[in-house]
Design a protein around this ligand. Structure first.
Ligand code: PMP
Ligand code: GLN
Length: 379
């Protein structure tokens, strides 16, 4: 058959996790914690399954969980949303991103994405017959050059996709960035898709600048998040989308035929856990900041140069003092010869950037970090 996605192979996350197992490397590649979700959350999941919640959930998600998300949105971002019309539970952020793009973007439209861009965005855009317009972020701060965005807007621009805190760099958008964005999209039909899966992981006392803090942007945005990142359970695949009623209605048309509904027991578990532990996500910045700082300290004696990490749970390292080769070659060498799996940045770019950077995940136990650091300091 003629392929619909000629540029797509197996994702770099699957490739590197496979190589990590094959070469017995410490896996700091694919982003997932190697520690367990809170015990109370796991207990809540078991009891949901023991107590008969094993059939379809409501398509848009359980009322109790949507209510908890609405409460959180108002508490953290001062933005009131209706749990009935504005919140939809999805099978991970990945499904929410795909459904948002499929619901809004038509064939021939253009979607602005910022490189390096999370790898699921472009295939979702391509499958609509639309075109991703790539704008590189400014290295090493990974900030947006808003003049380049102004220059890229055409009558076909239908969506701008932002991601803060940013994967892979950890860069965060400021309120001034959101002001720029609001000015650019004012009086246009452009929809903002805001990937905020790391919303609770920002460091050094900074506050996450959700588009939901910005009423003008919130009125034209679909905001996507993921419980996998917040509650250390990436394998449960539960996420959600928050959008004004009219956008949510379009979003739900796709969601109901993509998956119809999301794993019911986990929705019950999250609703119960959020209601009884509303402070869990408030403790997340300190929890991960300790890991970030510990990991950076362990790598101080290495020849890797550490870039700043304002958010998320990835450390970018410049490896140019160790080997002069592109990031794909370096990461292949590192997993085979150095015993550590990392993620190269090239797969997240339209045009290979030529930077000597690799991504290491520090959502790891002390023992895993120690084992990885010992190997990395020998390079
Ligand atoms: N967006 C970004 C930026 C991510 O890093 C991830 C997962 N690592 C996702 C979306 C997908 O989240 P989920 O696992 O909930 O589908
Ligand atoms: N989002 C995770 C990362 O950036 C991986 C998710 C996946 O494997 N698809 O590492």
């Amino acid at each position: 058959i003629e392929t619909k996605l000629p540029k797509v192979g197996t994702t770099i996350f699957s490739v590197m996790s496979h190589l990590a197992v094959q070469h017995k490397a410490v896996n700091l590649g694919q982003g997932f914690p190697d520690f367990e979700p809170p015990q109370a959350l796991r207990d809540a999941l078991s009891s949901a399954m023991a107590n008969g919640l094993n059939q379809y959930a409501p398509g848009i998600g359980t009322a109790a969980l949507r209510e908890q998300i609405a409460l959180k949105t108002e508490r953290l971002y001062g933005h009131k949303v209706s749990p009935d019309s504005d919140v939809t539970i999805t099978s991970g952020a990945t499904e929410a991103l795909f459904a948002a793009i499929a619901a809004v973007v038509r064939a021939g439209d253009e979607v602005i994405v910022f490189d390096p861009a999370y790898d699921s965005y472009e295939p979702a855009i391509d499958l609509q017959g639309a075109r991703a317009v790539h704008i590189p972020l400014t290295v090493p701060s990974f900030s947006i050059d808003w003049q380049r965005v102004r220059d890229a807007i055409t009558s076909r621009t239908r969506m701008i996709l932002i991601n803060s805190p940013h994967n892979p760099s950890g860069a965060v958008l400021s309120s001034a960035d959101l002001e720029e964005l609001a000015t650019i999209v004012r009086d246009t039909p452009i929809v903002v898709l805001s990937d905020e899966v790391y919303e609770h992981i920002v460091y050094d006392g900074a506050a996450h600048e959700s588009v939901l803090r910005h009423p003008e942007l919130a009125a034209r945005s679909i905001v996507v998040s993921s419980f996998g990142k917040t509650y250390h359970c990436t394998g449960w695949k539960v996420g959600y989308a928050v959008a004004p009623a009219k956008l949510s209605a379009e979003f739900r048309k796709v969601h109901q035929y993509l998956t119809f509904c999301t794993f019911h027991p986990a929705q019950a578990a999250f609703a119960q856990f959020l209601a009884s532990n509303p402070e869990h996500y408030l403790e997340l910045p300190a929890f991960y900041q300790e890991k970030r700082d510990r990991f950076r300290k362990l790598l101080t004696p290495s020849r890797l140069k550490l870039l700043d990490v304002p958010g998320g749970y990835f450390q970018l390292v410049d490896y140019s003092a160790i080997r002069d080769e592109d990031d794909l070659a370096f990461c292949e060498w590192l997993v085979k010869e150095g015993g550590v799996a990392a993620i190269p940045l090239t797969p997240f770019y339209e045009k290979a950037p030529g930077t000597r950077l690799a991504r290491l995940c520090f959502a790891k136990s002390d023992a895993t970090m120690d084992a990885a650091a010992e190997r990395l300091c020998k390079l």
